[in-house]
Design a protein around this ligand. Structure first.
Ligand code: ZN
Length: 160
């Protein structure tokens, strides 16, 4: 099983590279990422979190074992209207914080065969996609949190 990169590992701060080869290896990576995500009860995971500096994210729905894969995702629209929710991250275990993000987004991405897809997303999925796309740009939710709600002590220790 793939290992999750934990804060403050440097890979989490790197900008991930666009994917151009839609090969069997990429499909294998997506499956392996979903496996790790479900094993750790996550609802989203980005390439850098498994030490792969590639623009791929997997997003679950928090219920069953269904997941969606977004390759080279780009947020092409974000609503002015925002919502604040408590976020956590598999790379920052035990730490949670309130983050304000646009409520509705449009995301343009490629599927595992390289086909370009456009999707309108709202609710929890919109939050997860924004959190994961941030990972591809080296941004963590603690950078955006107005308030750390749990684990400030853990974060202080890690920052030292
Ligand atoms: Zn995360």
């Amino acid at each position: 099983m793939l290992k999750i990169a934990k804060y403050p590992q440097a890979i989490l701060r790197k900008t991930a590279k666009p994917i151009s080869d839609f090969n069997a290896e990429l499909k294998k990576l997506a499956v392996a990422m979903a496996e790790v995500m479900f094993a750790d009860d996550g609802i989203g995971l980005a390439g850098p979190q498994v030490s792969q500096s590639q623009r791929i994210i997997v997003v679950g729905d928090g219920k069953g074992d269904h997941y969606d894969v977004y390759v080279n995702p780009e947020i092409t629209f974000a609503s002015k209207e925002k919502d604040t929710s408590e976020e956590g991250c598999l790379s920052l275990p035990g730490i949670f914080g309130n983050v304000s993000r646009p409520k509705k987004i449009h995301v343009k991405y490629q599927d595992l065969d390289g086909k370009v897809v456009k999707e309108k997303v709202k609710g929890l999925k919109a939050i997860v996609i924004q959190h994961e796309v941030d990972h591809l740009d080296g941004i963590l939710f603690i950078d955006r949190a107005q308030k750390i709600t749990k684990g400030q002590d853990i974060l202080d220790t890690l920052k030292k």
